[in-house]
Design a protein around this ligand. Structure first.
Ligand code: SF4
Length: 440
């Protein structure tokens, strides 16, 4: 055993898994454990896994195998942990396996193996907790689980039905993050528009004020903090209309990440998702009228079982009409345990890839044209990274890690987390180029 109980921690998966990792790390540090990002020099290793698609399962099993080979003492948590038999079949020697969002179970497994050291100096944890993102932005998880049952997805069976955090608790965490230097809060969940539904939108308190636990109240309250607020995973339900005025007022960023998945009614029905592409187009048009600077990001699945050429053409027509700013497109890939695996008429792999390529060619033209429209605009950007000969920043239109960047050529005396005014001077397919200007 090392002198101070030391834990190696490996975090895989999506932002929701990152938040789970941050909670576990925060508790470990609060109890006095030392943390290492490696397998060596640790008394045991925790691997937070992802189990969403088969590639992620393979990567997680590989990481567990490496940890076992290098260290021998391994606790597994996270989405793949919800399928404990898969983990145990591949690696019977792991110490414990828990599912996602299982802080107490992970801590119990750690305590059973390695008692907490009780060192008062090591126990000092910053009030905002331990984070895995850079200091100037942070993910804020507002709920866990999902009430939908999309046929391609196993999240509800991994993470259960929607369970929202009371609004006072979420706002308290947001305040602590901002006090610790966070300049951008990224609101995440499986379905941000459903926030509070399971709690019947019950009243909670923040700064002594009663607030309803719902998306609009949360967005308005977050908007009162001195940080950018960006909403992810918002579905185009009617009550989302209430968020657009908050964007037009500048309280939250005029940016919506809205996973639409498809535009053809039969495919959406087979996916078990609301099927109304025209209604989505009407809604987007209304939102853009109310808030012209609104930026929309979405993701789509191409080659879903039963998708005909005409379904796919409808999707391309939708893209042409919607002119979304940022788009991700994935070829359909079966996920073990998903209902969609039983659907007839699979699309051959070659055709899936070909459709993804056609989709991306069309969207690249749209993105390039939309970015070119920004040349000459003045925008506020948030600095992510300062290099020797350029600064990498983002505007309100770019979420970290998934969207583009605003690149400022040259050496500038700036720090990550600085907000500066720039003028856009050039554009490509994903990124913009800019020069600093006097404040906006
Ligand atoms: S894909 Fe569907 S079921 Fe899965 S988390 Fe999203 S909304 Fe819920």
């Amino acid at each position: 055993m090392t002198q101070t109980a030391t834990i190696g921690f490996i975090s895989l998966g999506c932002p929701k898994a990152t938040v789970d990792s941050e909670r576990i790390l925060t508790r470990l540090r609060a109890e006095g454990y030392r943390i290492r990002p490696t397998y060596e020099d640790a008394d045991l290793v925790i691997v937070n896994t992802c189990g969403f698609i088969e590639d992620a399962v393979d990567e997680s099993l590989e990481a567990i195998g490496e940890a076992l080979a290098a260290n021998g003492q391994v606790i597994v948590t996270g989405c793949l942990g919800a399928r404990a038999q898969v983990v145990r079949e591949a690696h019977p020697e792991v110490l414990a396996v828990t599912g996602p969002d299982a802080l107490e179970e992970v801590m119990a497994a750690v305590h059973a193996q390695l008692p907490a050291p009780h060192d008062p100096f090591m126990s000092l944890v910053p009030p905002q907790g331990i984070r895995l993102t850079p200091r100037h932005y942070a993910y804020l998880k507002i709920s866990e689980g999902c009430n939908h049952r999309c046929s391609f997805c196993i999240i509800p069976s991994l993470r259960g039905d929607l369970a929202s955090r009371p609004i006072g608790e979420v706002l308290g965490e947001a305040e602590r993050l901002v006090e610790a230097g966070v300049r951008e809060l990224l609101v995440i969940s499986q379905d941000t528009s459903a926030y509070g539904l399971d709690l019947r939108y019950r009243l909670d308190f923040w700064r002594g004020r009663p607030l309803k636990t719902d998306t609009a109240a949360l967005a308005r309250a977050l908007g009162s903090l001195p940080a950018w607020v960006r909403l992810h995973y918002v579905y185009p339900y009617p009550h989302v209309d209430a968020l657009i005025p908050l964007m037009a007022e500048g309280l939250i960023l005029p940016y919506l990440d809205m996973p639409l998945q498809h535009a053809s009614a039969p495919v959406l029905r087979a996916m078990r998702r609301p099927a109304a592409a025209e209604k989505v187009l009407d809604r987007l048009a209304r939102w853009r009228e109310q808030c012209p600077q609104l930026v929309l990001r979405s993701t789509f699945i191409v080659g879903f079982p039963g998708e005909s050429e005409s379904d796919f053409e409808q999707l391309l027509d939708f893209l042409r009409a919607a002119r979304l700013d940022r788009v991700g497109c994935f070829p359909y890939s079966p996920v073990a345990g998903a209902a969609a695996n039983a659907l007839p008429d699979p699309v051959p792999e070659g055709l899936r890839k070909e459709r993804v390529a056609r989709f991306m060619t069309l969207q690249a033209e749209i993105s390039r044209a939309k970015l070119a429209e920004r040349i000459g605009q003045r925008l506020t950007v948030l600095v992510d990274e300062v290099r020797e000969a350029e600064v990498i920043a983002r505007s309100y239109a770019d979420a970290p890690e998934i969207d583009g960047q605003v690149i400022l050529p040259g050496a500038w005396e700036l720090d990550p987390g600085d907000f500066i005014a720039v003028e856009i001077t050039g554009s490509g397919e994903h990124d913009l180029w800019a020069s600093p200007v006097e404040g906006l």
